[in-house]
Design a protein around this ligand. Structure first.
Ligand code: ADP
Ligand code: MG
Length: 688
């Protein structure tokens, strides 16, 4: 007998030859520990097996029996039905799989099957399995009955039954190898079982509930490790970037408050407080301000920038497009006028002399608050004393671009803004090394946006509506999808649509923007729209995020089914910015899409939509996001396990605070686990 350890190769286990070891390796199972942690991906509840003789018509039944005969019979309507008679101690039942004659090659006499499905009457009682599982081959013993049956991820040459048999054969020997790294108090606080109980429950559950309790424990552990790594990264980042300790002199901020044409929302006040706390702390701020379109992030950022100014520093805000930068310039100029402050605008469109003058004012420090685009990060730009860098629509910039702005200062504080709400669970995994502030509340006094779902047959009516709105002085967007795979055809369709609209509205000006235009051409059209020189703007999905044209009241989205929900939400956010009531019309003739579009039209909560969107696209699509922490999540499900994630984050933060390098003996197991699982582990937890 070999010495068992978690790291020992599985090939030393009885029942694992070279072939099996190879198949197991394909499943990622190389060691005893891998096998112990190879959790079933689902379970069949066989705790309530109905004796076959008692399966009654009209009921849902789970039964287990041996196959006594099989055959394929045609029905009168030409459908071929595979049938198998099952027998258990109580008697017989006929199972039928309509339209699946090929099962003849899979289901054989003598096999032990578990079937679950409804029982109907068809020349007698007939069970129509929704699902079946092969429990044993002819002559083989079946698993103990009355169990919850774990179904393992299988691979070619290794069935789930073989894996189950292997795990069960060795489980009792393997379990003692797993030492619980968590103290009892932590387990109790979180409400998870100890490790061995959890692993036993995952592989050999008595009930579905205990299997789930086991899974939660494993999920907690992986989230905990991930959060330990992030807590450490966060702490290191802050230490490495000992920052400016701003003081709240309140000279400027108080005056801004007095002159603000509106009251801050409670969310905005909380955000300003959280940011002020960061700014006045000796550590550098590294904070993400996440708020749906229109929640008023700019003014929050402005408060932060004024704190920098009060302390004799400069502040800069960088936006992804000229139009957005200009928009910020105008807004900030208006808000700052009573404070006798003028924001400096630096965008590529400025003439060479103006640009040079702006650069000089930035370099001398005469320009205290700077607004710009990528033009800000060019080499020729130097700040005298940059204390705060704000990056709007931060996801539109690459890592290097963000860094380039930050490096214009000497360890400035950093505030990132994003209008792409993501579920908190995802934010914690994606941005776990950032501090996150959320704005959920919308400022009052906005017109509401009504969302309607319409089909092609309503087109004339919709045009009539747009005509009336524009006659009343309002403006409309018409959005056309352009997806990469069919870009040429899509662009053609959008162009055709613009021409068609121009004909339909002879007395209105119709403009078109799409991704193939140069930035200048696009900006020119957008500016004309902003100034109400264009009434109907046909746009592909390139339409600027963050663009603010309060006078636009209609958003018509063609082929709405081709957009993701989050994207639809961004588009809808372009209207409802003024006091007038606005309308978002989703045009779609695809009935399959109706349910999701209807769900979308029934809510305006960006965070709810983000969650729907996440569900829709599935975590698979976000594989990159899942792996962000260094490794993929195997047991945790970010949708379901949010409370667990928060518990993990709290526990991890507490531990890193008390024992930053995990040097204490009681944390040795954590340390070991992280060094093993995370590539960056060593670098993060190196002592000294
Ligand atoms: P976003 O979060 O999408 O960047 P902005 O900062 O552009 O939003 O703000 C959108 C509009 O709402 C701006 O015109 C701004 O002046 C206004 N606004 C911001 N906060 C408030 C408030 N508390 N009350 C009323 N209007 C506000
Ligand atoms: Mg904005």
């Amino acid at each position: 007998m070999v010495n068992l350890a978690l790291g020992t190769s599985v090939k030393y286990l009885k029942g694992v030859g070279p072939k099996r070891a190879e198949a197991l390796a394909r499943l990622g199972v190389r060691t005893m520990g891998d096998l112990l942690y190879h959790a079933p991906h689902r379970y069949l509840d066989a705790t309530r097996v109905t004796p076959l003789a008692q399966a009654r018509v009209g009921e849902e039944v789970t039964g287990v029996g041996r196959v006594v005969s099989t055959g394929v019979i045609p029905t009168r309507r030409g459908l071929r039905v595979f049938r198998a008679i099952l027998r258990d101690e109580s008697g017989l039942v006929e199972c039928a799989w309509p339209g699946q004659p090929f099962l003849e090659r899979t289901i054989k006499r003598g096999q032990l099957l578990l079937v679950t499905g409804p029982v109907r009457y068809y020349h007698g009682r007939q069970l129509v399995p929704r699902e079946f599982i092969l429990l044993a081959d002819a002559g083989e013993e079946g698993p103990d009955q009355g169990l919850v049956l774990p179904i393992y991820p299988a691979t070619e040459g290794l069935t789930h039954r073989q894996i189950r048999a292997l795990v069960h054969q060795h489980l009792d020997a393997l379990l003692p190898l797993a030492d619980d790294p968590h103290p009892r108090t932590l387990r109790d606080t979180v409400g998870v079982p100890d490790l061995r109980t959890a692993l036993a429950a995952v592989h050999r559950p008595a009930t579905l509930e205990s299997a789930e309790a086991g899974r939660r424990r494993l999920a907690f552990d992986e989230l905990f490790d991930q959060q330990l790594v992030q807590a450490r990264a966060r702490a290191l980042a802050k230490r490495a970037r000992a920052g400016i300790r701003f003081e709240l002199t309140k000279q400027l901020t108080t005056r801004l408050k007095e002159h603000l044409p509106f009251e801050l929302t409670a969310d905005q006040r909380r955000a300003v407080r959280e940011i002020s706390d960061d700014l006045t702390a000796p550590l550098r701020m590294h904070r993400l301000l996440m708020g749906d379109v229109g929640t008023g992030k700019t003014v929050v950022a402005l408060f932060a920038m004024l704190v920098a100014l009060e302390n004799g520093y400069q502040a800069a805000i960088m936006a992804p497009t000229e139009l957005l930068a200009e928009q910020h310039g105008v807004t900030l100029a208006r808000l700052l006028e009573p404070l006798a402050l003028v924001p400096e605008l630096l965008v590529g469109r400025l003439g060479a002399a103006d640009k040079q003058a702006a650069r000089e004012r930035i370099a001398s420090g005469a320009a205290r608050l700077v607004v710009g685009t990528h033009a800000l990060i060019q080499e020729s730009v130097t700040f005298r004393r940059l204390g705060l860098a704000v990056i709007d629509e931060q996801h539109r910039f690459g890592v290097e671009q963000r860094a380039a702005l930050v490096e214009k200062g000497d360890a400035p504080d950093v505030l990132l803004l994003t209008a792409t709400p993501i579920p908190r669970s995802l934010a914690l995994t994606l941005y776990g090394d950032l501090d996150v502030t959320e704005l959920r509340e919308r400022p009052p006094g906005r017109g509401t946006v009504k969302t309607a779902l319409r089909t092609e047959s309503a087109r004339d009516k919709i045009y009539g509506f747009i005509r009336r709105e524009c006659a009343a002085g309002r403006q409309a967007y018409v959005i056309y999808p352009v997806i990469e795979e069919s870009e040429r055809a899509d662009l053609k369709a959008a162009t055709t649509m613009a021409a068609r609209l121009a004909r339909a509205f002879p007395d209105l000006r119709v403009g078109l923007v799409h991704g193939r235009l140069t930035a200048d051409e696009r900006d020119a059209t957008m500016r004309a729209f902003r100034d109400n020189a264009i009434h109907v703007l046909v746009a592909t999905s390139v339409i600027e995020v963050g663009i603010d044209v309060p006078n636009a009241s209609v958003m018509l989205i063609e082929h709405a089914e081709r957009f993701g929900l989050a994207q639809l939400h961004q588009l809808r956010g372009r209207v409802g910015r003024g006091a007038a009531e606005s309308h978002c019309i989703l045009l779609s003739d695809v009935s399959d899409a109706e349910a999701r579009l209807r769900a979308f039209s029934e809510t305006t909560d960006g965070f709810k939509i983000a969650e729907l969107d996440l569900k829709e696209r599935g975590m698979g699509e976000l594989a990159g996001a899942r792996q962000h922490g260094g490794i993929a999540l195997r047991y945790a499900d970010l949708e379901r396990d949010l409370p667990l994630l928060e518990a993990a984050r709290r526990a991890a933060a507490g531990i890193i605070e008390r024992d930053p390098t995990l040097a204490r003996p009681e944390h040795a197991a954590y340390r070991e686990q992280i060094l093993r699982r995370y590539e960056r582990g060593f670098e993060l937890f190196r002592v000294g």
